[in-house]
Ligand binder design. Structure first.
Ligand SMILES: CN(C)C(=N)NCCC[C@H](N)C(=O)O
Length: 270
């Protein structure tokens, strides 16, 4: 069943690729800010058409990656754990989001002491917080998240630099039922973490290489509709076979910075 969600997004008004902090970014290749804005607007309108509430934070000049709002906060039951970026180029984003949360009336807003790229590396299953590490978020941020948010955390080790955040390797199809359904790309994880995922989610949708390299796992599900990159053809078929409805979006311009639909979408829970 779909449930209505609240999302926080940031328009890519100042989007460009002017530095390289992941293997997808090549500052020598041209980017189009107007195309990025067009694709982002279509994504936002897709959420609104599906009945979701979208809040928008003002973009800031000089912060070209601020469009990836999912990196700036993990919100569960109305408690906010902000972010602390690994790359200095993105460091200033964290405080803009902190101020947005306070302005929006959130009472519990905690900024992390360890490197923590928020929903980039944290995925809420409905009962557990899956937490990635290996490239960005520091393992200490996992225990910090457990303390601040008061939820059990399961650490997962990422091993392929192309899938530098958890949310380009795994997403929740259903976070509302007692047996949550997940989709993931096993090769992005260490052998031990693959075992953990098999134990936790024996019924998972398993993505293939083609799904993973178009950042197909950077998807957003409301329990029925799954907003995902248009190139993720095989994954969309798998998702449909499980009874979900793929909603395909073109987010190719933002992929030049290593992001997809989920990266542009922070969920405000509670
Ligand atoms: C899953 N999420 C939120 C992301 N993967 N975010 C994309 C961040 C892209 C940015 N150039 C960076 O490298 O930080």
């Amino acid at each position: 069943m779909p449930t209505t969600r609240r999302y926080l997004m940031c328009p890519p008004t100042y989007f460009t690729v002017e530095y390289a902090i992941n293997p997808w970014m090549d500052p020598t290749q041209p980017t189009s800010t107007s195309l990025a804005v067009e694709q982002w607007t279509a994504l936002k309108e897709t959420y609104e058409r599906l009945g979701h509430e979208v809040h928008v934070i003002d973009p800031v000049a000089g912060l070209p990656d601020m469009v990836f709002s999912a990196n700036s906060g993990t919100v569960i039951d109305g408690r906010v754990l902000g972010s602390r970026f690994r790359a200095e180029q993105r460091a200033a984003e964290a405080d803009h989001f902190r101020r947005w949360f306070l302005g929006a009336g959130y009472k519990s807003v905690v900024m992390p002491t360890a490197v923590n790229e928020a929903e980039g590396d944290f995925t809420w299953t409905g009962s557990l917080l899956l937490a990635g590490t290996g490239f960005r978020t520091d393992p200490h941020a996992h225990s910090e998240a457990q303390e601040v948010l008061g939820v059990p955390v399961v650490s997962l080790q990422l091993v392929d630099p192309r899938f530098y955040h958890l949310d380009v390797a795994l997403f929740m199809l259903d976070d509302q039922s007692s047996s949550p359904l997940v989709a993931y790309y096993p090769e992005a994880f260490s052998p031990g973490s693959q075992q953990v995922l098999r134990r936790l989610f024996p019924d998972a949708v398993i993505a293939n290489d083609d799904d993973a390299v178009c950042l197909g796992l950077n998807a957003v599900s409301d329990g029925k509709h799954v907003v995902m990159p248009v190139e993720a053809v095989h994954l969309a078929e798998q998702v449909a076979r499980r009874g979900f409805e793929p909603v395909l979006v073109d987010i190719s311009e933002l992929r030049k910075s290593g992001g997809g639909p989920k990266c542009c979408t922070m969920e405000l829970r509670g």
